[in-house]
Each structure stands twice: as C-alpha cells, then as structure tokens.
Design a binder for this molecule. Structure first.
Ligand code: ZN
Ligand code: ZN
Length: 193
C-alpha cells in the first residue's frame, strides 16, 4: 500500500499598509484642472479602542483632485470598505458595508505665509509639504468615524441570556428572566435582604 502525501502550500496574501499618496509635481502645473485617482488595497485591521476590526475585502478609495487655479488643492473622495464587527448584545459576527464621501482642502507650504500658519485650522486647510500629498491618515480617520457608535447586528437583536448564554435570536431557553426596570431590581434586592 502506498501512501500519498499531499502537501498543500497556502500562499499567504500579503497585507499592505494603506498607502494613498499622490504626486503633485504635474498637478501643480495644471491650473484649473481636475485629476482622478483610484486606489484598491488590502488593509491591516483597524484598531479602535483596543478592538481589532478586520476588513473583508480590499478598501477602495476614489479621489478627484482639483488644482483650483488659486493656491488651493481641492480633494473630494469616496471610500468603500466592508468590515467584520462583533455585536455588543449577542456577540455574533456581522458584516458592515461602509460608504463615505469626504472633502478636504490643501495648500502647498510654499504658498503659506508666516502669519497665515495659525489660521489654517480655522479655515479648514491642511498644509502639504513637498511634492507628495499623503491622504492615508485622512482615509483611516474617515473610516473610523463612520463606524457606528453602538455596534449591534440589528436594532431588534435580543442579545444573550444572562443566565445560560444562549443567543436569544437563534433559540430560546427556559431560564427565568425578569424584564423589569433595573431600578425595580435594586428595590427587589433590598426587599429580599
Ligand atoms: Zn446581535
Ligand atoms: Zn438562558
């Protein structure tokens, strides 16, 4: 009897670090024109308040960059991502699609006068140094801001049984649950003691 040994080599897909960078050399010379850019990358999980949030497909970023003819570079963009979240009530995984529009204005550092530097933030302008516009941080910031405050799989999610731990969306249990106002529960405890 011969044994056949099958060796599977699983090629690991390298995960890139988000890299949304645009070279400005030509753009600075094309006053009044708009340029389109498109990025699609596999990203490392986001870290939000100690929780790791993985992406389920490459993140797509589309950028329109206009040299306004003045000193400004006006950016509008869209981001599309799909992340895996964990429901805060029933602890099951669910997927969430994220679609965001964003807008930013940039000014080359060569155009900024000394007394203007302090006013940039009030005018919602970001200064760009050199010939490269790096939008990486802005993209990550926008994705993080788009995550829901309260992460639940569904408004109607019934959560987990506090007693036996079953997912009450999938099955019921015979534990006694008192759906009472927590203030009344405190009162009940006091009465029992
Ligand atoms: Zn849930
Ligand atoms: Zn139960």
């Amino acid at each position: 009897m011969t044994k056949i040994l099958v060796v599977c080599i699983i090629k690991s897909v390298p995960i890139e670090v988000l890299n949304v960078k645009i070279n400005l050399t030509k753009i600075k010379r094309t006053s009044g024109q708009t340029h389109q850019f498109s990025f699609e990358q596999n990203l490392e999980p986001l870290l939000v308040e100690g929780e790791s949030i993985p992406f389920l497909k490459p993140v797509t970023v589309k950028i329109s960059l206009t040299n306004t003819g003045g000193k400004l570079l006006h950016v509008t963009g869209t981001i599309n991502a799909r992340v895996k979240l964990v429901c805060g009530r029933c602890l099951s995984d669910f997927e969430q699609e994220i679609n965001i529009d964003f807008e930013e204005n940039f000014i080359p550092s060569s155009e900024v006068t000394d007394d203007q530097v302090e006013r940039l933030e009030d005018e919602e302008l970001t200064m760009v140094k050199g010939e490269e516009l790096d939008l990486t941080e802005k993209v990550i910031e926008n994705i993080t801001l788009a995550l829901p405050m309260k992460i639940i799989c569904n408004e109607e999610c019934k959560g987990m049984c506090q007693e036996c731990g079953v997912n009450l969306n999938e099955q019921s249990c015979s534990c006694k649950r008192l759906d009472v106002d927590p203030r009344l529960q405190v009162l009940e405890k006091l009465l029992k003691s």
